[in-house]
Write a protein that binds this ligand. Structure first.
Ligand SMILES: Cc1ncc(COP(=O)(O)O)c(C=O)c1O
Length: 461
């Protein structure tokens, strides 16, 4: 279907100006050299570009559109709020109705005692806030020397300077050092890396012992927080933790008075087949950070949600308040859109749908591994999956990264109507929660064919 809204000259001008006037976030100059992609419309799991080409978005618009694009319920909620009061800041002593209702909803669905929200505009700000909360909590309780934070290698937490200080991926950090002092890194702890013959629980115990040694070496009274993504994100290919690891972390943090922060910006709101990934192990942190799917891609919103135990430290009277804030954090219309998004997730039972379809995807992706020897490993849960490509699964030899097999597959899929995220030679599948079985088959079929095309193109196996 050709899109008639823009003339060829207007399209050309849009493309030129996009390249000339805008620096994209985490720009990819290699791809930009082939021309910018400009999107104009979305519907369900699909988006349309300037030329009217239709794409299935298997990455849910950067992991946000849990309920799909352009839901009329959300449009109506936003329009209604726009007509009543588009914005009043959540500042000093002021609140709005959608903000309070959203906080109430979060208190209902969040695990454990997590019930007190600090609203922000993004996942990065949520993590930045969580780090500040932990810091001020200790200072307020007479322990200002607890300035160190434990984080994990391989984890992404934010684009801000505080956030990259606890991000364990060198690419995001390298131009910006020195960063925050006192950030300590532990290994990523992936169940699939456990030595042969060792049970998942034994592996978790060993990793926790190492972590405790680090805590003791650094002196527990200097450590304020531990931040981690309980299920690491698309950058590391959704590696599941060993069984018992999260509950072991909880116990260690309790033992040494360390604030435990779970970053579920990417994994929250049904994507793993439960509201939050940590629900799979029944473990709740002291602070949880959320973003992305929280607001369904409609209007930016994030939050750092904590327990009354921590929040009360900031409510002890004048002078004790949390020193953090921004103009738009908890924007009124964003809260209205987010409430509508959460209502859709509940009404359409999208969390259990993600669990059911996730089992199907697991079986089908493993089947893909049997067909193509370059499919090395398949990791994930619910609707978050990573396919790790290898030179040959039997020898477990890595592909030569210079070949760019993952990017070839990504580009093949794009030419054939699907947005697929490739992270080097890891293919990521993270569709909207509304994806149907038929659409899942479409996605799997395209990946299957794209892998076949790559094998032929690069003469693999
Ligand atoms: C696990 C995780 N934490 C935090 C963030 C940062 O969120 P945002 O990009 O909304 O600032 C991301 C974004 O990709 C993420 O995946």
């Amino acid at each position: 279907m050709a899109c008639s809204e823009w003339t060829d000259a207007e399209k050309e001008r849009l493309r030129e100006d996009a390249l000339r006037l805008i620096i994209p976030h985490f720009a990819n100059n290699e791809n930009l050299a082939r021309g910018p992609k400009i999107f104009v419309r979305g519907e369900g799991c699909y988006v349309y570009d300037l030329d009217g080409n239709k794409y299935f978005d298997s990455f849910a618009t950067l992991l946000t559109t849990v309920c799909g694009h352009c839901r009329p319920e959300v449009t109506a909620a936003v329009a209604k709020q726009m007509q009543i009061l588009e914005f009043f800041p959540n500042y000093e002593d002021a609140f709005t109705v959608p903000l309070v209702e959203l906080a109430r909803k979060l208190a209902e669905i969040m695990p454990g005692d997590l019930s007190v929200s600090f609203f922000v505009n993004s996942g990065s700000e949520a993590n930045e806030t969580a780090l500040k909360m932990a810091r001020q909590y200790h200072v307020a309780r007479g322990q200002p020397h607890r300035f160190k934070t434990i984080a994990r290698r391989g984890s992404y937490h934010a684009t801000t300077l505080g956030g990259i200080s606890v991000t364990g991926l060198p690419w995001f950090r390298e131009f910006f050092e020195p960063l925050l002092p006192g950030c300590l890194f532990t290994p990523a702890v992936r169940d699939y890396e456990r030595p042969e013959g060792m049970s998942s629980e034994q592996y978790a115990e060993g990793c926790l012992r190492e972590l405790e040694e680090l805590i003791l070496f650094e002196k527990p009274e200097t450590i304020g927080a531990m931040i981690l993504d309980p299920l690491p994100g698309s950058n590391s290919g959704y590696p599941l933790p060993p069984r018992g690891y999260l509950s072991g972390l909880r116990a260690l943090c309790d033992k040494y008075g360390i604030v435990l922060i779970f970053d579920e910006v990417q994994t929250g709101f049904g994507k793993t087949g439960k509201w939050f990934f940590c629900d799979h192990e029944g473990v709740a942190p002291d602070i949880m950070t959320i973003g992305k799917g929280f607001t369904g891609g409609f209007i930016p919103l994030g939050a750092a949600v904590t327990t009354p135990r921590i929040a009360d430290v900031f409510r002890r009277g004048p002078g004790s308040e949390l020193r953090s804030g921004s103009t738009y954090g908890g924007h009124t219309v964003a809260c209205a859109a987010t409430l509508a998004n959460l209502e859709i997730i509940e009404r359409e039972n999208l969390v259990s749908h993600a669990a059911e379809l996730g089992d199907y995807l697991r079986r089908r992706l493993n089947g893909l591994g049997e067909k193509h020897p370059i499919v090395g490993d398949v990791h994930g849960i619910g609707l978050l999956w990573a396919v790790v490509l290898m030179s040959d699964r039997r020898t477990r030899r890595e592909l030569d990264p210079k070949l760019g097999v993952g990017n070839f597959i990504r580009d093949w899929c794009y030419r054939n109507g699907m947005i697929l995220r490739s992270n080097g030679d890891i293919l990521v599948l993270a569709p909207s929660l509304i994806i149907t079985r038929e659409e899942a088959d479409l996605v799997l079929g395209l990946i299957d064919r794209a892998i076949g095309a790559a094998v032929e193109h690069f003469h693999l196996c």
